[in-house]
Design a protein around this ligand. Structure first.
Ligand code: AMP
Length: 500
């Protein structure tokens, strides 16, 4: 099937061609004809499936006739985050370049005056986050009685973020006779309830996860023992093993840890920046643009800030923290391997993450290699299970401030043979030599001033030639039959381990 089979007008087809798309994705193929028919649609699809174009393209087609009246938008797209709103707006710009549609973006962090001015002129498409829209409605700046086309994007995320009461309020302000397109990555019972409430005789469309998540992204989970400092050190070691990374997203579970990681990486001479919800919209947009332009190579993010980010060239995702919500793992790794490219996703897991890691592994139904990292102690499932809520023997230092670290943890060397579980085997070792000099973050700041900002600063330790560490020669076959490494075993990996 081609785009011309979908019933779109020639101007729109030309714009699509200029964007470079040749074939509709499954969600586009299935949704566009029904949207054009005026049917409600319930689409279960994640980002990366092309779902945005599945509603923006037919919307442009349908809205190209008719005109908007002052303060009465003709269509409304509700999104959970500002970034997603921007991306949808960019979609309208690219696909709508030959259609004279007017649009406005109502998102927090931008000036009310400007938004009000646009609304007063009349807009065909209003893209909004729920809070800001209600704010403007309550100020009498907007009327929704002429909004006959509604899109609710990423409904599952709206639910996670507590936006559903706002969404319900907004829907109650719209005309009952309208067309509603509802998209969600999952179909949890709460989402089903909402869709039943908002939609009328919808066409249900479900597309599987983007192929990129399963096929293009090489995933690895790395078990290390220790706290935030050891994790930062492990991260740097992994990055050194990966070579000169041009574009990576690093996830932390908490905003304050996003800042800490960013500061630490910057202090180590990496080209890094932070992106999270506490930042002013202008600096979020600026940071995102710098990352898109390649001026910043490592973007430290919270889940909310990264939701729906569409940057095709991200080669790596690093989960500095294992996400608490296993669905976030899927969203996170979906930031790489986009648009047919290959991607890699590394997740650093400490013993504290045992439960979260188990949840992730049981959610994704994929065999992800779980390995140890050379020079770092690992942990076993038995140890984790015996914790029973007690803190680990080596507690994590509080991470709320970036204090000079008296001593950067020395990699602890190999585990004694007697500690090695029979299930763990040597896979390969071709790892740079561990640092011998303790480096504090303060020390690292001094380094930063001297070192050029690069995504891959010189390792502070000499590369060790490929060597066999452990009991056996590295095998050409992965020793764990469930491992999906094949020929792709990362160079830094010492042992495979198992998580039950
Ligand atoms: P989305 O799921 O809407 O976030 O889209 C994911 C990515 O797929 C974006 O980079 C889009 O630009 C891209 N895309 C959307 N539709 C197509 C298509 N038909 N062919 C190729 N790429 C597409």
């Amino acid at each position: 099937m081609s785009f011309s089979d979908l019933g779109l007008n020639p101007k729109l087809l030309q714009a699509v061609e200029e964007v470079g798309y040749t074939t509709p994705t499954p969600i586009q193929e299935q949704a566009i004809p029904y949207v054009l028919m005026g049917r409600d649609v319930m689409g279960v699809a994640q980002t990366g499936t092309g779902k945005t174009a599945s509603f923006t393209l037919p919307m442009i087609e349908m809205l190209s006739s008719g005109r908007a009246r002052a303060r009465m938008p003709r269509s409304l797209i509700l999104t959970p985050t500002r970034e997603l709103a921007h991306q949808i707006s960019e979609n309208f710009e690219s696909y709508g370049k030959y259609s004279k549609l007017t649009k406005a973006l109502l998102i927090g962090g931008t000036s009310f005056a400007e938004q009000t001015k646009l609304l007063e002129r009349g807009v065909d498409v209003l893209i909004a986050t729920p809070g800001r829209l209600l704010d403007l409605f309550e100020r009498g700046k907007i009327m929704l009685i002429d909004t006959k086309l509604l899109v609710i994007d990423e409904a599952d995320r709206m639910l996670d973020m507590g936006f559903i009461p706002d969404v319900e309020k907004i829907v109650s302000l719209l005309p009952p006779l309208r067309q509603t397109l509802f998209f969600s990555a999952t179909m949890a019972p709460e989402i089903k309830k909402l869709s039943d409430k908002f939609l009328s005789n919808p066409k249900a469309i479900s597309v599987s996860k983007p192929a990129s998540t399963a096929e293009n992204v090489q995933q690895t989970i790395i078990k290390i023992d220790g706290g935030a400092k050891e994790k930062r050190e492990a991260l740097r070691q992994i990055m050194v093993g990966e070579g000169d990374i041009q574009s990576a997203i690093l996830f932390c579970n908490r905003k304050k840890d996003v800042d800490i990681l960013n500061k630490s990486l910057s202090a180590h001479g990496y080209s890094a920046a932070a992106l999270h919800g506490d930042m002013a919209q202008s600096s979020r947009s600026e940071t995102l643009q710098e990352f898109k332009d390649g001026k910043v190579k490592l973007l430290c993010c919270s889940d909310v800030a990264a939701r729906g980010l569409d940057i095709p060239a991200v080669s790596h995702v690093f989960n500095f923290d294992v996400p608490i919500n296993p669905e976030d793992y899927v969203h996170r790794i979906g930031r790489t391997g986009r648009a047919g490219r290959d991607g890699k996703a590394f997740t650093i897991a400490t013993i504290e993450d045992y439960k979260a890691l188990k949840n992730v592994l049981s959610t994704i139904h994929t065999n992800v290699p779980v390995v140890s990292l050379e020079g770092f102690e690992s942990w076993s499932d038995e140890e984790a299970a015996s914790l029973k809520g007690r803190r680990r023997r080596r507690p994590t230092k509080p991470t709320s401030t970036v204090k000079p670290e008296a001593k950067e943890a020395k990699p602890r060397g190999r585990r004694k043979k007697t500690e090695t579980s029979p299930a763990e085997t040597t896979v390969e070792a071709n790892t740079p030599e561990p640092s011998t000099s303790p480096v504090s973050i303060q020390d690292e700041k001094r380094t930063e001033r001297k070192a050029p900002r690069s995504s891959a600063p010189q390792p502070r330790r000499k590369a060790r030639p490929s060597a066999v560490i452990g009991e056996r020669e590295p095998s050409s076959e992965p020793s764990n039959p469930t491992s999906s490494f094949g020929d792709h075993t990362p160079a830094f990996i010492l042992r495979e381990a198992k998580v039950a």
